[in-house]
Design a protein around this ligand. Sequence first.
Ligand code: SF4
Ligand code: SF4
Length: 735
Amino acid sequence: MPIERIYFWGISAVWLFYGLAGISVAVFFAGAYFHVSVWMAARRGGESGGPAGLEGVGAAGGTRAGAARGAWPTAGRRALAGLGRVVLDGLLGRRILKGDVIAGLMHGLIMWGFAGLFIGTVLSTIDHWFVHFLAGRTYQVFSLCLDIFGVMLIAGLLVALFRRYVEKVPRLENRAEDLWILIWLAAAVVTGFAVEGTRLAVELPGWESYSFGGVVFSRLFSSERWAETVYPYVWWFHALICLGLIAYFPFSKLFHSLAAPVNIYLAPRPVPARLGEDGAAAEASPGGGAPATGTAGGPRFSFRDLVEFSACTRCGRCDTVCPSASADEPFSPRTFIVQARAYTKAAHNPLSRVRWFREKLFRSLSTVPEISPAQIWFCTTCRACLEVCPVYVGAFEPIRQVRKAEIEEGSRVSPLLTDALERLYMFDNPWEPSKKKRKEWPGSLTVPDLTEGATAELCYWVGCTTSYDTRAQKPARAFVRILNEAGVGFGTLGQKEVCCGDIARRVGEQGLFEDQVEKTMGLFAKYGITDLVTSSPHCFNLIKNEYPSRAPVGPVPAGRVLTGAAPPAVAPVPAAPPAGAEPRPLFRVRHYAQLLEELLDKGALRPHVPVTATVTFHDPCYLGRYNQVYEAPRRVIRSIPGVSLVEMPHHGPDSLCCGGGGGRMWQELEGEKKLSEVRIREAAATGADIVVTACPYCLIMLEDAVKTADLDLSLRVMDLNELLAHSLGLAEDEG
Ligand code: SF4
Ligand code: SF4
């Protein structure tokens, strides 16, 4: 007997198989087209959802060709980074292994088993129809590999079944589809072994040990004749299971295996080069009418949002780290993603673009799935979900799009938040109905004002909370003393400083955000600001990552010595760059913790007063997870004599949010536990005397939580500036 693959052994109606296979593959591609069509709804709706705003600021003075020349190296690097992520996270399971090794191994067995069998099927088709190469030793190895992949898949599926239905891993939600898919995949493999075994029961080729899976099944048959009789039935059963699986694939959660690599490749959200680049999707809806989310316009999701929805596997890791979900608030990022996916599938169904379907079918559909509007305000935008999601889904970005729609509608926005936004609109801050009070925070300290003719190297961007909140003002004064001690020339924008727009951005008030950006950039241009240091990680992140701060062309204006003496009327137009130049930032922005670290490294600051205390550091989300600044504040703490730094169980990228971000400072949300209390209890459990942070929101939230959580009031909450100032002999009462 020749050593080669035998095709359609004992099967007569081969044409029927190919007919069914054609239908199955056609359904697969139709399903895949459905997903891609939903994704492309964003493209059809145009990428630019907002007003032009400062359009062109980032591209000032440049030619399209110049920008294109500069873009290629960046695009190449991004592509390589994207491919690297696909290999490490998609193929090797780096993220899925993190924190749950068993889940990672299980997923690897299923994924590689499935992929191996799929590739084997493709190679068999090539061997049968085009190039016959599966013969002799090659075929024996091929046959062995297929059986190994089959066993891997079965092993992975058994682990998955155990975890879901015996161990009952809490984060896994069990829908009928989850069980159905596991059984379907297992059936495909088992019947494949059965086909092989039935044939081996009829004729043993002498090298059957290479098909060890089939050999097990061949032993079930007592006679060759019986095996020969049942073979066509087993074969057709296996064929129908596999063809059905192919057709069902894009309509099930299995589609994540195609969408996830796309999302992983795209992972980092692009920083908008211009305002209005939010990638808003078309507002298509079943029946062609207004989208049925209960809002006037409905959320306009971006291309990335729509790919993310398809990539989600409902694994629930996001729920386990989400501070809101963990505090038993009525919110879950997974539920949001699932609801948003159902909504967009209905709202952007490609069939709704065909008149007949629109008129006959969609009119009879009663509702489009709702995205529960109550949920969306709970998100603190802390980014913890993105940190743990194996396929890089972050719920907070699409949530912002739903918030935008709610803000446009206006009726379901909390009165406290509406008031804060009104104050922001009227007085350029969300706290007080006064512009004048902004300059009162220094108290008796003298702070150079760049808008009144002072000259300085550095602009201290104080921020609204630090300017208006009496508790947050103290670290600002400590920072001023520290800068003076280090001999750093700096100035502020005094009363002319405005809100950078962070709160407006987070709660989806895009128009107001763009107004604030325009005002801020106008100040930067007018006073020649190119080097900033901020109090708040929120201002730092927004200005660094979400302002249209990248000039596609041109160098940073020379030097960083600025003056308020002769402000230019308009922003300087950068000169054209050399060919191939990278986009350059128009200005540099740092968080104060980074500047303190630099000053300590240079020896400009020498902490000498011992602070004999155990200290733990609370990582602000917008400093840590958003900008990976973890080490700078810790180095500052370690530089202080006498301090013993201990870490909370959740620290660094795993840090817990204080609950103040995402506009929650201005809302009263119903929940079982306060997020800040959860955090402060964790800090107290370390035995620390002092909880240090580097964000005005965190400072206020955690200090309040010490009182409301009935903790020992000797636990102090301090800002990093305050702790360092103390060790420099510059504390408020010593200054
Ligand atoms: S968003 Fe990510 S972490 Fe959350 S359920 Fe989906 S795949 Fe899992
Ligand atoms: S950003 Fe934070 S609060 Fe929002 S869904 Fe993700 S984990 Fe939850």
